[in-house]
Every structure is written in C-alpha cells, then in structure tokens.
Write a protein that binds this ligand. Structure first.
Ligand code: AMP
Ligand code: ZN
Length: 475
C-alpha cells in the first residue's frame, strides 16, 4: 500500500501525491508567541514532527515552514500588560519555544518566519486583493476580504451560510459595523493607539495599520514557497483542528484570490485536541501544562512523545499523570530492549530475530503509511520487543538486520531513552569528570570524589559505581 493521508478538503483518506515527485512543501501554523506554548500546542507540533519525519523516511525532500505569530491581538495585549514593546515581549517567548522544541526533540523546520519580518509581502498581498476587487477598505481604514466575491468560500469547513454567519459573529470586534457583510474578515487593521504604543503599526499604501492573523500565514507561505521553489501551491498544510475555520478557510480565500490557483494546499491535515479531564487544554480555561513544567519535573521527552503517539492524531487525547507515568515505563522497556540488542548475543542462529526485524519494518511502515497511524507503529515496536526477547531467551544470535530495523523505528518516533540523546559535548565532559573521580578515589581523596559526583549530578546525570567502573545516564 502507498502512503495516504486523511484530507480535510475531501473528507477521506487519499493516496498522497505531491505536486512534484520526490519533494513535499509543508506549511504548519506555528505558535502565537505571547506566552509559553502548552502541551496541547505541542501535541499538534509533535503530530507535525512525525509527519515530517515520516515523509523524510519515505524518501521525500521536505520544505517545512512553521511561522511564529508575533503580531496579533494577543501579543499586543500581552506586550501592553508587560509594559514592553511588541518585539521584546515576543522574543522571550519565541526563544522559549525553540528551547521547548529542542527538549521535545522536534526537528527544526526549514524556516521559521516571524510575521513582523514579512510585513512587505503582506502589504503586497493586500494590494493585490484590492486590485482584483475581492477586498475593500472601510471608512475606518481597515481592509476586509469580501466573501461574497469568492464562491469557493466554505469548501474546507463545509459550513453553510447560516453557520458561517454565527462563526463570524463569534469573533465580533468593535469595528464590526465597518464591514459590508458580517462574514467578511479583516486583512489589515487600521492602526489604533494601543498598536502604536507597543510598536505594532506599519505604513502601507492603503493606510497605517497591522496585518490580520489569517493574512500573515498566506503571505509567509506564498513568499517562502515562491522564493525557494518558484511555486504557489503547497503540498500539505497542517494545524490543530480549531484552525480549520475560520483560519484556514480564510487563508484559502486570500491565497487563491491572489494567485488565481484553484487550491492553496493539496492536502489539509488537522490534529485533534489534547484535553485534561475532557476539557480542551487552553490558556483561556487555565488548565495548561507547559513543556518546561515537564522538563523541570525531569520527565524524559521520550515519554511525552510516546504518550502523544499512542493516540492517533485524529482522536482526542486526554492527558493524565498516570498515562504519562505509564509512557515513561514503556520507554524504559524499549530502552532495555535496545540495551539487550547492543549486547554480544550468543553464537546461535539469528533467524528468529531477523524475522522479528522484518515484521517490524513491515508493520511499522504499513501503520505510518496508513494516515500516520502512530499507535499501530508503537504496537509494532512492542511486538518486536516481545518476539525479540523470546528469541534472545532461547539463545538467538543478534544479527545486523534486527539492530538496524530497531534503530530505524526508534529514530522515526524518536522515543529512545534520554541517555541515547546526550550531546557529544556533555558526554565528553561527563567521561572526563568520571575519570578524574576514579583517580581521586584511587588516591583516597574521597572529598574530591564526592565533589565531582555532585558536580556531574548537577548536570542531570546519575552515576552508578559498578564492578566494571562508573556507569552513568541522564536522569
Ligand atoms: P496558537 O499558539 O494558539 O496559535 O496555537 C498553536 C497550535 O496549537 C495550533 O495549531 C492550534 O490548533 C494548536 N492547539 C491549541 N490548543 C490545542 C490543544 N488543546 N490540543 C491540540 N492542539 C492545540
Ligand atoms: Zn496559519
């Protein structure tokens, strides 16, 4: 079977065919950097990380763009509350976001455009839409997109006109009266004193102001896709399910009206929510847990990743401490098998383990090819542990096939225990320190040996003295 994904546009699982064979352009809506991202946000980013990893493992070259929303109502409000300029306020949270991504082992995107660095393409987009007549300027200077002039509006979210109206009125703003039609959405907001105060206003031929959130993603995606690959249509656009309407619907309307193309992205993929006690995790509801909370508790990122991947991305996932602890146990079980495979093995036959490796490669591939069925891929890992341990208990030899299949599958999900992810600098430093400690102990300088141990532990490392010398691992 071939690689296939559920496409929100077609409402079915379709074979995945990129526009150009061998390469995939993918745009994923990134964080709004007005606060720390929570693990609900990261559930979506981890689904996208796995999507990108699986595309690459399947042999595609991937252009992955993830934006940072660093100007919108929330960031401006946050900057004002903090008494800072917009750029100062958002920079701290952008830095924190990248730290969290590193902790969670999210592969860096090819580009991370920040909205405030793309004001010129945003202005060009608005100008283009004004020129074609699908946009209009209201009396207060804001520019709106006229939905009535774009017949394909609503195709992605499949909402009827009545629902579209109520959806739009859910976002009623003070300048609602300025629109010609309640469903119209803002492209460019005329500058307000609050915007000026934090430095969130830019000059444009159609008046000073700032971009609307939907406009930002269209402009950044089209600008980068055009510059890098000379194209106007994405292969994949992804985000959380709450972005389907109005955000993605509006992105399609603006982009297609501007480029003249029938589509903005071939495939639209949406991840379901992470909940707590059944309620969507959201800053608004105050039920959030951040990645840094987990890092501070010493939780191995592998456990977080495994927990997320144990549920299909299109199913809701209710987060509990118990499920995280169980995922931690599961990671240790995987790690124990990794360690066993790294051992010498016995001199017997390696056919049982080779068969387990072949099953793993087949089941894991079939699972992820089938609309990124990560829970089935995880199950394939555990099937391999069971079959592999049985074979090893029976005296099987360990061949290269099982070692490479296992390493490949663990790396795609990136759920190897922390110790396998220690960076080389830290590992070198720890080794040198432990050698120093051995020397100190041989000289019976126990105070010095203890001090070194404390120093090493201070870097999150656990030391165990064994008959073969000191062993260490990340806590
Ligand atoms: P934001 O920072 O609010 O712009 O959201 C960033 C991403 O996180 C978007 O793709 C949202 O759809 C997604 N998101 C927000 N809340 C959740 C949640 N509770 N579970 C999963 N994804 C979420
Ligand atoms: Zn977006």
């Amino acid at each position: 079977m071939t690689l296939r994904f559920y496409n929100t546009l077609t409402r079915q699982v379709d074979p995945f065919v990129p526009r150009t064979p061998g390469r995939v352009s993918m745009y994923t809506c990134g964080p709004t950097v007005y606060n720390y991202a929570h693990i609900g946000n990261f559930r979506t980013f981890l689904f996208e990380d796995l999507l990108r990893r699986w595309l690459e493992a399947s042999g595609f070259e991937v252009l992955h763009v993830m934006n940072l929303t660093d100007v919108d109502d929330k960031t401006i409000k946050g900057a004002r509350a903090a008494g800072k300029k917009l750029v100062q306020h958002t920079k701290a949270f952008a830095d924190a976001f990248f730290e969290d991504c590193t902790y969670l082992r999210i592969r860096p995107a090819s580009e991370y455009p920040r909205a405030t660095d793309y004001i010129a393409p945003m202005i060009a987009l608005v100008e283009g839409l004004l020129a074609t007549g699908v946009a209009y300027q209201s009396d207060d200077g804001s520019v709106y997109f006229a939905i009535a002039k774009f017949p394909a509006y609503g195709r992605l979210s499949r909402l009827d006109t009545r629902e579209l109206k109520s959806g739009a009125s859910g976002r009623v703003s003070a300048d609602e009266y300025a629109k010609e039609d309640a469903r119209d959405f803002v492209l460019w907001k005329a500058a307000q004193p609050d915007d000026e105060e934090v430095g969130a206003a830019w000059d444009a031929p159609f008046g000073r102001g700032r971009p609307g959130w939907h406009l930002e993603c269209s402009a950044m995606a089209l600008d980068i896709l055009g510059r890098k690959w000379g194209e106007k249509v994405l292969d994949i656009h992804a985000g959380g399910v709450d972005l389907t309407f109005p955000h993605h619907e509006d992105e399609i309307a603006q982009s297609c009206a501007f480029t003249g193309e029938k589509e903005f992205a071939r495939v639209w993929m949406h991840g379901e929510f992470l909940t707590m006690s059944g309620t969507k995790m959201s800053k608004r509801f105050g039920n959030i847990l951040t990645a840094r909370d987990l890092a501070e508790q010493g939780i191995d990122a592998a456990a977080v990743r495994l927990l997320i991947f144990q549920t299909h991305y299109r199913q809701p996932l209710d987060f509990t401490d118990e499920s995280l602890a169980a995922a931690g146990q599961a990671v240790r079980r995987l790690a124990a098998f990794t360690e066993r495979l790294a051992g010498p093995g016995r001199g017997g036959d390696d056919s049982a383990l080779s068969a387990a490796a072949a099953d793993l490669r087949r089941d894991f591939t079939e699972a992820l090819d089938d609309d990124l069925n990560a829970p089935r891929a995880v199950a394939a890992l555990f099937d391999c542990v069971t079959a592999g341990n049985r074979a090893l208990d029976g005296g099987a030899a360990i061949g290269a096939a099982v070692r490479s299949a296992w390493a490949w599958a663990i790396e795609v999900l990136d759920v190897g225990q922390g110790v396998t992810k220690v960076d080389a600098d830290l590992a070198g430093w720890v080794e040198a320190k432990l050698a120093e400690r051995v020397t100190a102990r041989q000289a019976r300088d126990f105070a010095r040996a203890d001090a070194i141990r404390k120093e090493v532990e201070g870097r999150g490392v656990e030391v165990e003295d064994t008959a073969q010398g000191p062993k260490w691992r990340l806590r």
